[in-house]
Design a protein around this ligand. Structure first.
Ligand code: UGA
Length: 434
């Protein structure tokens, strides 16, 4: 069986590499001819641990190829995974135009039975629209099936998430589609959950929104900790020991970012409201997240008072560690606010600086980028830590103190120990603890 993966973003590339690793013959396809040329020659447009190696290995073995000839790919494939983007409209709803485009492409090239598997995160009922679109535009009576197989990979650990899944959700409406997908994921048969299509689509949105809600919940609790003697790290630990709650995604900080949570929670609000369901619970979680910028800015002002002309070493720009992705990163709004108040920023990130330069181009003396955290800290009035990279957690604090003009650390991710920093003579601010 020949599998095509259409879309070569994070989800598409990882899916293509992962399916090849499961032993399948896979074609990764994208309409962007230059991108396909680069990927074919081994230049992968994203940083994702282990991805380059896996793509290269299967490309070499001949199990994985890439093509920008979408018509040919659609004709050749028996199973088509749709992994194109669903960006956000201004009202929070998802832009489904790329999904429609792929549906029409498949309709045009339906030369024999195909299973179309939607893997992008999409609103519930999207498969229904894909099916309707293919049905409307196909030129023959050739049968086809639709399935939903939402992806749960996390950036930074996407390859290992794909190859060690907690669960694989397979939403189908025919036995044939179920058998094909269960066969593709045969290695994980103990983790397969078969549902109808609407259920599969909703599982993805409901999972992401629940995790976002969990993060906003602990951030709300951290606000209470800051007004009392409670310590949010210990509150989270104590809560997380209850297996019904669990300790993961209870890390207080500057809020969630990335291409998924902020978009998915807004999209689920829109989906619910369109269906006449009151969605204020999720709206509030989104608002609490938005408010994290204010919380961080209050700490910066508490530490530095007037920000105009203060030099701030901003360490960590990516929306989370182990990625170069800055989409919806909380750092963006924090940087914007700091610049608005006239601060001079000295920025460092192990992977994301180039992406951030596209948003905030270097302006000597106002926005400067450095290739080491110590260089960024040189002569700065404080450090503001925004992403919990291991490299930053392991900084030589004595060296950092000697480098800074003022030994002040504002830690938006609670990566340092308050006792250790205070002992070294730092003035230290963190989230939800003294
Ligand atoms: C998320 C989900 O975790 C994946 O399961 C899902 O497949 C993916 O979205 C998607 O929809 O494609 P990802 O966006 O890569 O994955 O990142 P996460 O690791 O979930 O982190 C999201 C944000 O939450 C980050 O900004 C992170 O810093 C923040 N976060 C996470 C916290 O502030 N506290 C926590 O305890 C955990």
């Amino acid at each position: 069986m020949k599998i095509a993966v259409i879309g070569t973003g994070y989800v598409g590339l990882v899916t293509a590499a992962g399916l090849a690793e499961l032993g399948h013959r896979v074609i990764g396809a994208d309409k962007d001819v230059e991108k396909i040329a680069r990927i074919s020659s081994g230049i992968i447009p994203i940083y994702e641990p282990g991805l380059n190696e896996l793509l290269a290995a299967h490309h070499r073995k001949g199990r994985l190829s890439f093509s920008a000839d979408l018509d040919a790919v659609a004709q050749e494939a028996d199973v088509i995974f749709v992994c194109v983007g669903t960006p956000q409209h201004d009202d929070g709803s998802a832009d489904m135009s790329q999904i429609e485009e792929v549906s029409r492409l498949i309709a045009d090239n339906l030369n024999r039975y195909k299973l179309v598997v939607e893997k992008s995160t999409v609103p519930v009922k999207t498969s229904h629209w894909i099916k309707r679109t293919i049905g409307l535009y196909k030129k023959t009576d050739t049968p086809f099936d639709i399935a939903s197989n939402p992806e749960f990979l996390r950036e930074g650990s996407a390859v290992s998430d794909f190859l060690n899944p907690d669960r694989i959700i397979v939403g189908v409406e025919s036995d044939k589609a179920r058998d094909i997908l269960c066969g593709i994921y045969g290695r994980f048969k103990d983790r397969l959950v078969v549902t109808n299509i609407d259920t599969a689509e909703l599982i993805k949105h409901a999972s992401n929104s629940f995790l976002a809600l969990k993060i906003s919940y602990i951030n709300l609790i951290s606000n209470i900790c800051e007004k009392t003697d409670a310590n949010v790290e210990q509150v989270a630990e104590g809560m997380g020991l209850d297996p019904r709650i669990g300790g993961r995604f209870l890390k207080a900080g500057i809020g969630y970012g990335g291409s998924c949570f902020p978009k998915d929670i807004k999209a689920l609000v829109k989906i619910g409201e369109d269906l006449g369901v009151e969605m204020s619970l999720l709206k509030e979680a989104d608002r609490i997240n938005f408010d994290r910028v204010r919380v961080v800015m209050e700490k910066v002002r508490k530490a530095l008072w007037i920000l105009k002309d203060k030099q701030i070493a901003v360490l960590g720009l990516a929306f989370k560690p182990e990625t170069d992705d800055i989409r919806e990163a909380p750092s963006i709004n924090v940087i914007r606010e700091l610049l608005r108040e006239g601060a001079r920023l000295r920025l460092y990130d192990p992977q994301a600086a180039d992406n951030m330069k596209l948003l905030f181009p270097p302006e000597p003396g106002r926005v400067d980028y450095f290739t080491s955290p110590y260089a960024a800290a040189e002569g700065a009035n404080s450090v503001l830590l925004l992403t919990e990279w291991e490299e930053l957690a392991g900084l030589d604090l004595v060296k950092l103190k000697e480098t800074l003009a003022n030994p002040i650390v504002i830690d938006g991710r609670n990566i340092f120990s308050p006792e250790a920093l205070k002992k070294l003579g730092f003035e230290y601010y963190s989230i939800g603890r003294k």
